[in-house]
Design a protein around this ligand. Structure first.
Ligand SMILES: Nc1ncnc2c1ncn2[C@@H]1O[C@H](COP(=O)(O)OP(=O)(O)OP(=O)(O)O)[C@@H](O)[C@H]1O
Length: 671
């Protein structure tokens, strides 16, 4: 604090809106076991509030006894926030402030404020049900209503009566604090106004007017490279099942005539296709920013790995955006290793504009301090689940108003910014206020396993205590599935397999395949299959070279007609080629996607750390793979993991009985 930088930091912290509320907050925390704080974007909720408690405990001589945990919904935010708070305190990470995310963490003996993911705290609660030694728990971003946060709230609510001294502070970025307050018996709420430098919002009509970009029916179809044909068809097909928000968006568009805009803009808007992300539009806006706007990095919100990597390929081929001397293109999505994700925080070289293509994982809690421009495609991949037919699907859906504001809020945190929303204002007006809680829209298989490891008798009863309980049918489907794969017995008790599965932070189906691969000592091929099922198919099928691509694939699968074994061989061949420096030619020759193989490689590493962490595999690779050469065994292990989704029935069209086919996420077929 004595150095000029230290004094500047103290001044900065004092300028945040949270600082003005410091005394009121500390008094409320001292008087109440639970408080709910709604802090708008940039007010200092995440970085300041846990720090205020730490400082106050140190000042009152209780520093050595306090143990503050602050949860974040995502790994990247837990790490980035811990780093920022350490910097603000003029310390290294691991002194008074640390972090813990799955498989990684920095904390020291003097760490009294720990940032971690909600999953890490849940895991701790499984083995330490009373959270012994913890004095304060902050649960951040509760408005996102993620599955882990809703689950945490049930467990923490139950814990409060056993730990009267524990303080629980719930933090939300939006004003819906009442819901949480009444869940905790009318806990007091405190509101902190937000602070951002001014951020100008431009909606699609303004963007078109400003850039002069013309949208036609054909220039909006996104180019997904080799998958192009399939994706294009999907973009052109009318959607069969419309959800309420899609209808609202269409109505909003129909009722808007954009009469104050020029005819070129109106024509473009008449052609606007809400089902596309709009790669060409993004490219045009990026060019506009690079050529006409002031310096500053750009953060582009996309929906997932496939659109991020396809857009990145397109931009790399552009004379301006693909020139590394002028533009630094970075990506950030969930299947990347943490070390790669962290690159988004690095500064670009002078006169080079940084462009980050990210999923909604960059939406909350993080500050990339050189971001001046945000582009928001208005969509995010969301799991939707229909309990009636028990089919989950991961599809791009419109985001909520709360998410859109959070995205905008990533600009303007350190300097004034601009946000380009790539959809008209009337569409924003039709967005839901908040997203539907994850607990109500995803299968509950993993969650139910974790609930059982808390030694709960009835899963249904436990979940009925949630903020918004899921449908009983969804719970019943999950319990039946867990019984079928052998992780629960007839009386809903965890089996040995179930106990191991509950320790693995992956889908139970994939977890079972991994455990079987470990037990039967054929882990390498199984790691590849599980990573492949979690990523996507690396085999490309270009429309104009289907035969050649088919022949290339059959070279990998001819012996046993197995797609899974073909993947294993293709991956192993790629690894060999990489070692010899010919990975690129190998992919080209065999119609394989190098990017997908790279993603599979990263995921394999993550899964193998998880298995080591759970004590399921040895540190010696030879021992773990002593039976990997036995292909019948490997195929048996794959089957045991995929069960019950292992076969499909082909019916003759003359047959009259009704049959329903559902395509599952991993493209297996379910009846
Ligand atoms: N890594 C960083 N570098 C520079 N400034 C930062 C950094 N992290 C935070 N800040 C500054 O501190 C302010 C408060 O950040 P904080 O993350 O606490 O906000 P918040 O209230 O939690 O908002 P949100 O919910 O939008 O993340 C930011 O607006 C920014 O000005």
């Amino acid at each position: 604090q004595e150095s000029p930088e230290g004094a500047k930091m103290v001044e900065f912290r004092k300028s945040l809106p949270a600082y003005k509320e410091k005394e009121r907050l500390l008094a409320a925390i001292a008087r109440n076991q639970v408080i709910v704080i709604s802090g708008e974007t940039g007010c200092g909720k995440t970085t300041q509030l846990p720090q205020f408690v730490l400082e106050s405990e140190i000042e009152s001589g209780r520093g050595a006894f306090c143990n503050i945990i602050c949860t974040q919904p995502r790994r990247i935010s837990a790490m980035a926030v811990a780093e920022r708070v350490s910097t603000e305190r003029g310390e290294n990470l691991g002194e008074s402030v640390g972090y813990k995310v799955r498989l990684e963490g920095i904390r020291g003996k003097d760490t009294h404020l720990l940032f971690c993911t909600s999953g890490i705290l849940l895991r701790r609660l499984l083995s330490d049900r009373n959270l012994n030694g913890v004095s304060h728990v902050f649960v951040d971003e509760i408005h996102e209503r993620g599955m882990n946060e809703d689950f945490l709230l049930i467990v923490l609510k139950d814990l409060l009566s056993r730990r009267r001294d524990l303080r629980l502070i719930l933090m939300s970025a939006t004003l819906n604090a009442e819901l949480f307050s009444s869940y905790f018996g009318g806990a007091p709420t405190i509101h902190i106004p937000g602070f951002t430098h001014p951020v100008r919002a431009h909606f699609l009509e303004d963007i078109l007017e400003r850039t002069g970009y013309k949208m036609t029916a054909s220039n909006q179809l996104d180019d997904y490279g080799q998958d192009k044909v399939w994706k294009t068809q999907r973009q052109l097909l009318p959607r069969k099942r419309k959800n309420q928000i899609t209808t609202l968006v269409e109505d909003a568009l129909q009722n808007s005539n954009f009469e104050t805009y020029g005819s070129r803009t109106r024509d473009s808007l008449a052609n606007w296709n809400p089902d596309c992300i709009g790669f060409n539009l993004i490219e045009a806006v990026l060019c506009h920013i690079c050529r006409k706007e002031r310096a500053g990095a750009v953060l582009v919100f996309m929906t997932g790995w496939d659109d991020i990597s396809s857009l990145k390929d397109q931009l790399k081929a552009h004379p301006l955006l693909g020139d590394p001397n002028r533009v630094l293109l970075l990506a950030c999505h969930g299947s990347m290793a943490t070390s790669e994700q962290r690159l988004i925080f690095d500064k670009a070289p002078p006169n080079v504009r940084k462009v980050v293509l990210a999923t909604n994982m960059a939406e909350a809690s993080i500050t990339i301090n050189d971001i001046v421009f945000v582009m928001d495609c208005g969509k995010a991949k969301e799991t939707t689940y229909d309990a009636l037919n028990n089919t989950p699907c991961l599809l791009p859906s419109w985001i909520s108003k709360a998410s859109s504001r959070q995205r905008r809020g990533r600009a303007g945190r350190v300097q004034p910014g601009e946000c380009y929303h790539l959809y008209p204002r009337c569409v924003y007006d039709a967005f839901a206020e908040y997203q539907l809680p994850e607990l109500l829209r995803t299968p509950l298989n993993s969650l139910c396993l974790q609930i059982k490891s808390l030694q709960v008798d009835s899963i249904g009863e436990f979940l009925s205590a949630a903020l918004q309980p899921p449908e009983p049918r969804a719970v019943q489907n999950a319990v039946e599935f867990l019984k079928m794969i052998g992780s629960l017995d007839e009386n809903e008790n965890l089996t040995d397999l179930g106990r191991y599965l509950s320790m693995l932070p992956v889908d139970p189906k994939l977890g079972k395949m991994l455990i079987m691969g470990a037990v039967f000592r054929c882990i390498d091929p199984i790691l590849t299959v599980v990573a492949g099922l979690s990523a996507r198919d690396p085999f490309l099928l270009p429309q104009d070279k289907k035969d050649l691509a088919g022949t290339a694939k059959s070279r990998f699968s001819a012996k046993d007609y197995s797609d899974h074994m073909a993947l294993v061989r293709a991956y192993e061949g790629w690894k060999d080629a990489e070692r010899e420096g010919s990975g690129y030619e190998y992919c080209w020759r065999n119609f394989l996607s190098a990017q997908t193989l790279q993603a599979i490689h990263s995921l394999r590493k993550q899964f193998s750390y998880i298995l080591k962490d759970a004590g399921l595999i040895d540190s010696d690779a030879n021992t773990n793979n002593s039976l990997s050469h036995n292909q019948s065994l490997v195929r048996g292990v794959i089957c045991s993991g995929l069960f019950p989704g292992i076969s499909s029935v082909v019916v003759n069209s003359c047959q009259q009985f009704p049959l329903h086919l559902y395509y599952m996420e991993d493209s297996s077929i379910n009846f």
